[in-house]
Ligand binder design. Structure first.
Ligand code: PHE
Length: 339
């Protein structure tokens, strides 16, 4: 038995020493120490050993098990270390190689114009109000004096979510939300994203507006003209003149379109102003009595003006952007020009 033990130890150590992979060592572990392994097999032969010798032989078998176990673990650790060394040598990183350059963008011209307008209107005492982009038909249209099936709805091709819920087509629902939650005096601007089912060189299905609303006693069209002239000079330069042209919006009465004299040619006529000397920049008007009433404000006591500015259009004019889709292409060469 003793001889068997020392023979087994010798062959086991030899095989462990010559093993070259962790897989082989794992197989050896099973073959030696597993349930039907050779060391376990030795224990089965104990019944043939003299009873007086059994404790001693038992101890030897245990020692054998420990020695084999230790040898296996040491060899596995050795192979792992060798593998790591090999990997470290083969997976060298050349830290002198130049890194990939990260491209740095810039603020979108729309953001630039928005910031400029917010800055200018804040200076005149306008507060910011932001409404939701998913809006109720009632607030986007009905309260603004555009009933269901009214032909004025054709002016704004709408993305409906359900019959009564839609993507807001303009920032004017902001007017309703402010007037129904606050008493005059009101002086707010509502910047935000708006949506219309429209797509060509000058129309995008997503675009941006800033709405303005002033409601108080004795507000007149002169206040509208004066305030907007001030703002438009900030955007397009001191030399521009403004003019009001009659227009139509269901929520304002009277309604106007505001033009600025062409800041390119000074009004002589050029490509930008299409030879007219004037450029249309926004829609505005006196808040319709019906809208004030719809929002719980007495139109015999209060009057107000409102306007809506399209940011893409202003930025296109100001920075000579030929196609509205350029704003949304995320082309770094385009955006970098506005740094
Ligand atoms: N909401 C109008 C539009 O998007 C613009 C507008 C706002 C006109 C406020 C008048 C007053 O076309």
């Amino acid at each position: 038995m003793k001889e068997k033990i020392s023979n087994l130890l010798e062959t086991a150590i030899n095989s462990i020493n010559s093993a070259e992979s962790i897989d082989v060592l794992n197989d050896l572990r099973v073959a030696l120490l597993g349930k039907s392994g050779s060391v376990t097999g030795l224990l089965k032969g104990m019944k043939d050993v003299e009873p007086s010798e059994r404790p001693k032989v038992g101890q030897m078998v245990n020692e054998l098990r420990v020695k084999i176990e230790t040898a296996l673990n040491e060899k596995i650790a050795f192979i792992k270390e060798k593998d790591l060394e090999k990997r470290l040598l083969s997976e060298k990183i050349d830290i002198t190689l130049p890194a990939k350059r990260k491209k740095v963008g810039a603020l979108s011209p729309i953001t630039l114009v928005k910031n400029e307008l917010i800055d200018a209107f804040s200076g005149l005492g306008f507060e910011i109000f932001e409404g939701p982009e998913i809006e109720l038909d009632e607030i986007n249209f009905q309260k603004l004096n555009i009933p269901k099936d009214h032909p004025a709805r054709d002016m704004q091709d709408t993305f409906y979510i359900t019959e009564n819920i839609l993507l807001r087509t303009h920032t004017s629902p902001g007017q309703v939300r402010v007037m129904t939650s606050k008493n005059p005096p009101i002086k707010v601007m509502c910047p935000g994203r708006v949506y219309r089912s429209d797509d060509d060189a000058t129309h995008s299905p997503i675009f941006h507006q800033i709405e303005g609303l002033v409601v108080d006693k004795n507000i007149s069209l002169c206040d509208l003209k004066g305030s907007l002239e001030e703002i438009l000079k900030r955007i397009f330069g001191d030399k521009i003149k403004t003019r009001l042209r009659p227009s139509y919006f269901p929520f304002t009465e009277p309604s106007v379109e505001i033009d600025v004299s062409c800041f390119e040619c000074g009004g002589k006529g050029c490509k930008l102003c299409k030879g007219t000397g004037w450029i249309e920049v926004l829609g505005a008007g006196m808040v319709n009595r019906k809208v004030l009433e719809n929002c719980g404000i007495d139109p015999d006591v209060y009057t107000g003006y409102a306007f809506g500015i399209g940011l893409e259009r202003i930025a296109m004019l100001k920075y000579h952007v030929p196609d509205i889709r350029m704003y949304f292409d995320s082309d770094i060469r385009f955006i970098k020009q506005f740094k």
